[in-house]
Design a protein around this ligand. Structure first.
Ligand code: PEP
Ligand code: MG
Length: 551
C-alpha cells in the first residue's frame, strides 16, 4: 500500500479501478479488445475527422503562407488515405485484437522505417511525415478513447492533464473520480469536476500509468490517493465515503428554506453550468437561476462550431426549463485552457492574455453573429440575459451593442420571435474593467465578477500553475477592494451585481459579500445548500467594521 498526497480539487471519496488515459505524444498503451470490428469502425471515424482537420489546416496555411509551404498538409492527407497504411492498421487490429491507437502507431512506425531505408533523400524526409500524420489520427482517436473504454464500467480516470474539452466528453455515470499529474483548483477541469459532483485530486507525481487497472482510493477532501490499499484502508475509506454521503444528506434539510440572514438580508444563489445536462442538479439544489452558462462548452467535442439551430435549441431548453428564472448566457470564451482544435488558433506564449473571449468574437463576426442570433431567437422562450467575458473597454461593449441591433433588425425582417429587452451585462475579470467600472456601469444592466480571472490578472499569477497556488490568493485585499469598488459603481446606477467565480462559494467570505451588498452569488449547483446554510447562520451586525477594513 502506498499513499501519495496531491491537491484536493473536488470533494468526495471514490473507490474503484484506475483507468489511465494516455493523450501525451508517445507510444500509446496496447490494450487487448474483445470487439475488433468496433475498433475498425473507430479508426475510420477518426480518420475522417483527422482528414477534415488537415484540410482546414491546408486552407488556412494557403491563405497565410501561400502554396508551396502548405503542400505539406496535402502530403499528410495523402498519407492518411494511403491504402497500404489503412490495410496495415486494420490487419494489426484484427490479428492482434488490439486498440486502434496502438495499431496506428505500430503501422506508422513500420511504414516510416521502410521509407527511411529507401535511397532517396526526398522520400527519406517523408518518413517523419508518416509519424506526424499518424499523430493527427491518434489525436482524433483520443477524442473517443475515453468514452469507448469506459463502457467496461465506472472507473477513476487518471491522466497527465485533462483539457476541459476532454473532460466534457466523459460519460458522468462511468466516472468515479479524476486524478491528474497537472491541474490546480482553478483550472477548468477542476471546476468541471466540482460541477459534476465527482471527487478529484490534482498534482499527483507522475507514474500513474503504472497503476492502470488497479483498485485505488481517491480522497477529494484531503488530496490523498491510496494505491494497493490494504483491507483495513479500504474499510476506512468506505466509512469515510458513508460519512461524506451522510453530510450531503444533512445539507438537504436546507431545502425549501430562504437565502436570508438572521436579521433579514437576502441574497440570490444561482448556479454555474456548462451544459443542459446540469439542469437537473440546478433544480434539485433550488438555484434561483443560472448565473453563468459557459457557452464555449457547446463548441467542444466537435469538428466544427455549433450551428445557429443547435445553439438555439440549447438556449431555448434552458430558458423553458428554468420557467421564468434568470438564465445568464455568457458569450463564447474560447482560448487559454479552453481550446477547440478546429479553430486552429496559433500557439501563443501567453494564451490567458491572448486572442480569446470577446476579442476573438469581435474579430470573427461570422462566429459571433451565429451565437447572438441563436441567443436572441431563444430569448422569446424565457428569461435570458446576455453576458460578455474579458471586457477591457467601453468600445467593446458598444461594438457588441451595434452587432445586437443589426441582428434584431434581421430577425424582425425574418418575422422571427425574440424578446425586445434582454438584460445585458459584462464580466468584471480584468483590472481595466474594475478601473472603468463607473463608465461600464452606465452601459449595462448588470455586472458579474469573474474572480477566477480577476485574481490571475490582478496578482499576475497564472490560475493554472500549481507552483503559484500560494500566490494566487482570491482573498488578497486587492481583490476584495476591487469587488467593493465595482459593487459601488454599479449600485450608484441603481443596477445589480453578482459574483460567478469560484470565490462565490467560499463561505469564509459570505459575510463580506453580504456587507458589500452583492446581489447574487453563482456557483457549482452542489455548493448552493452549503452557502444557504452559511447565509442563514449570519447576523450582519459587523457590516460597518467589514466595510471599514476594505476602505
Ligand atoms: C472567472 O474568470 O471567474 C469566470 C467565472 O470565468 P471562467 O472561470 O470561465 O474563466
Ligand atoms: Mg473568466
Amino acid at each position: 500500500m502506498t499513499t501519495i498526497s496531491g491537491k484536493a480539487v473536488s470533494g468526495g471519496i471514490a473507490i474503484g479501478k484506475l483507468y489511465y488515459y494516455n493523450h501525451k505524444r508517445g507510444e500509446p498503451i496496447q490494450r487487448l479488445i474483445s470487439d475488433p470490428e468496433r475498433e475498425v469502425k473507430r479508426f475510420y471515424q477518426a480518420r475522417a475527422v483527422a482528414i477534415s482537420q488537415i484540410q482546414q489546416l491546408y486552407l488556412k496555411a494557403l491563405q497565410r503562407v501561400g502554396e508551396q509551404p502548405s503542400l505539406i498538409f496535402q502530403v499528410h492527407q495523402v498519407m492518411l488515405e494511403d491504402m497500404d497504411f489503412e490495410d496495415s492498421i486494420i490487419n494489426i487490429i484484427r490479428n492482434e485484437k488490439t486498440n486502434a491507437e496502438y495499431a496506428v502507431y505500430r503501422a506508422a512506425k513500420q511504414m516510416s522505417h521502410m521509407i527511411s531505408t529507401i535511397d532517396d533523400p526526398y522520400l527519406q524526409e517523408r518518413s517523419a511525415d508518416v509519424i506526424d500524420s499518424a499523430y493527427a489520427l491518434m489525436d482524433a482517436l483520443c477524442g473517443r478513447e475515453i468514452e469507448e473504454n469506459m463502457e467496461e464500467g465506472p472507473v477513476i480516470l487518471a491522466a497527465y492533464e485533462l483539457m476541459p474539452s476532454e473532460t466534457l466528453r466523459l460519460e458522468q455515470e462511468q466516472l468515479l473520480g479524476f486524478i491528474t499529474n497537472q491541474g490546480s483548483i482553478n483550472s477548468h477541469s477542476a471546476i468541471l469536476a466540482r460541477n459534476m459532483g465527482v471527487p478529484a485530486v490534482a498534482q499527483i507525481p507522475e507514474g500513474l500509468e503504472k497503476h492502470n487497472g488497479e483498485t485505488i482510493v481517491l480522497n477529494g477532501l484531503t488530496g490523498e490517493v491510496i494505491f494497493s490499499p490494504s483491507d483495513e484502508a479500504l474499510l476506512q475509506a468506505k466509512e469515510q465515503q458513508k460519512e461524506y454521503q451522510r453530510e450531503q444528506e444533512l445539507l438537504k434539510t436546507q431545502l425549501g428554506l430562504e437565502n436570508i440572514t438572521k436579521d433579514g438580508q437576502s441574497i440570490k444563489l444561482l448556479a454555474n453550468i456548462n451544459s443542459v445536462g446540469d439542469l437537473s442538479t440546478v433544480l434539485q439544489n433550488e438555484a434561483e437561476g443560472i448565473g453563468l452558462f459557459r457557452s464555449e462548452f457547446l463548441y467542444f467535442g466537435k469538428d466544427r462550431p455549433p450551428s445557429e439551430e443547435e445553439q438555439f435549441i440549447v438556449y431555448r431548453t434552458m430558458a423553458k426549463r428554468m420557467e421564468g428564472k434568470r438564465v445568464i448566457v455568457r458569450t463564447l470564451d474560447i482560448g487559454a485552457d479552453k481550446q477547440a482544435d478546429y479553430f486552429n488558433l496559433p500557439k501563443e506564449e501567453n494564451p490567458a492574455l491572448g486572442y480569446r473571449a470577446i476579442r476573438m468574437c469581435l474579430d470573427r463576426p461570422d462566429l459571433f453573429r451565429t451565437q447572438l442570433r441563436a441567443f436572441y431567437r431563444a430569448s422569446a422562450y424565457g428569461n435570458l440575459s446576455l453576458m460578455i467575458p474579458l471586457v477591457i473597454s467601453v468600445e467593446e461593449i458598444r461594438a457588441v451593442k451595434r452587432l445586437i441591433e443589426h441582428i434584431k433588425t434581421e430577425l424582425r425582417e425574418e418575422h422571427k420571435l425574440f424578446a425586445e429587452h434582454v438584460d445585458f451585462g459584462v464580466m468584471i475579470e480584468t483590472p481595466a474593467a474594475v478601473m472603468i467600472s463607473d463608465w461600464l456601469a452606465k452601459e449595462v444592466d448588470f455586472f458579474c465578477i469573474g474572480t477566477n480571472d480577476l485574481t490571475q490578472f490582478t496578482l499576475a499569477a497564472d490560475r493554472q500553475n500549481p507552483k503559484l497556488e500560494s500566490i494566487y490568493n482570491s482573498h488578497h485585499p486587492a481583490i476584495l477592494r476591487m469587488i467593493r469598488m465595482t459593487a459601488d459603481a454599479i449600485h450608484k446606477e441603481g443596477k445589480w451585481i453578482g459574483i460567478c467565480g469560484e470565490l462565490a462559494a467560499d463561505t469564509s467570505l459570505t459575510e463580506t459579500f453580504l456587507a458589500l451588498g452583492i446581489d447574487e452569488l453563482s456557483m457549482s449547483p452542489s455548493a448552493i445548500l452549503e452557502v444557504r446554510k452559511k447565509v442563514r447562520s449570519l447576523n450582519m451586525s459587523n457590516r460597518e467594521k467589514i466595510l471599514r477594513e476594505l476602505q
